[in-house]
Design a protein around this ligand. Structure first.
Ligand code: ZN
Length: 307
């Protein structure tokens, strides 16, 4: 069986975030028991605006509820997995309301830290946690750039298979914030290396990510899909409920060791940094302000170096 379709919130529509529509920012394809979910904004290196994140949430929700779907694979169309948050394309949609997935109120129309925190709780921290807790195995299939917000998507999956051309970085200290909103760095790569990773903002390649335990496998670019599909097929043959319990047990163990609390604490520091930057410079990210870009209609596309 092979079923494919597109998902995405319909900007300007009535039921934003709930309808299967033709925005095509996320593609959904089922092959037997495997589901391929594809970030599909290749023209901006799969930069994450809200439209893409709500569409991705819709895709993961569909995958979770479909009994015929066993393992999900998340990948990026075009030259890379994801270059991070969309801070400057013409489709920045910071000030657009969507149907909320959490119980935080809509950030639109709010000011200052209340605006930022309500949005980031919803589309970054909240959604990544929903996806991490999805009770089916997920695999991130990473090629090319996986930068800042891209890390959050890859980390929300259970396994990461990277091609040899993949590279990872979180350069946001350069923007005056201590790391991306989902602060899982100490858990994904260990505290010692997380400090180097953040302090320098340097890229690490797939081989080094493998050494640190941040990815499961590194394969050639040509074999990335085949190898990932083979791994997913093997996992999909296992009993569904036992897989769900094993996943939950490991996630719970990490949270018992402090992952969730650590992320919460760091998220507060992240908001403090945004507020400090806004207070002292007028910009929550030292010169980058998606809300202002949207209001002014100015396109300042600078990917992939943007977080
Ligand atoms: Zn932020």
């Amino acid at each position: 069986m092979c079923v494919s379709s597109t998902l995405g919130p319909q900007l300007g529509g009535i039921e934003k975030g709930e309808d299967l529509v033709s925005s095509q920012v996320v593609l959904y394809e089922q092959r037997d028991r495997l589901v391929l979910i594809t970030l599909n904004r290749p023209e901006v290196r799969n930069a994450q605006n809200s439209t893409l994140l709500y569409a991705l949430d819709e895709a993961f929700s569909r995958f979770a509820s479909d009994d015929s779907a066993g393992v999900g694979i998340l990948r990026g169309a075009g030259p890379c997995f994801s270059a991070g948050h969309d801070l400057g394309s013409r489709d920045v949609d910071y000030d657009v309301s969507f149907s909320r997935r959490s119980l935080w109120w809509d950030h639109v129309g709010k000011a200052g830290a209340e605006n930022r925190m309500a949005r980031e709780e919803e589309v970054y921290l909240g959604m990544c946690r929903r996806w991490r807790e999805l009770p089916k195995p997920t695999i991130a299939m990473v090629h090319g750039a996986c930068i800042a917000g891209g890390l959050m998507l890859a980390w929300s999956c259970d396994l990461i298979v990277a091609s040899e051309d993949a590279f990872f970085s979180d350069p946001v200290i350069g923007y005056g914030v201590p790391g991306v909103e989902l602060f899982a760095h100490p858990w994904e790569m260990g505290g010692r290396f997380a400090k180097e990773f953040l302090f320098t903002g340097e890229r690490i390649d797939a081989r080094r990510a493998l050494q640190m335990g941040m990815v499961n496998r590194v394969v050639s670019r040509d074999e990335l899909e085949e190898q990932t599909m083979a791994l997913a097929t093997k996992i999909s043959s296992m009993p569904r409920f036992a897989l769900a319990l094993a996943k939950k047990a490991i996630n719970q163990a990490e949270d018992c060791m402090g992952r969730r609390d650590g992320e919460d604490a760091a998220f507060g520091l992240h908001q403090l940094a945004h507020a400090h930057n806004a207070e002292t410079t007028g910009s929550p990210m030292l010169g980058v302000d998606p809300a202002r870009i949207q209001q002014s209609g100015v396109s300042q596309l600078q990917m992939p170096s943007h977080p």
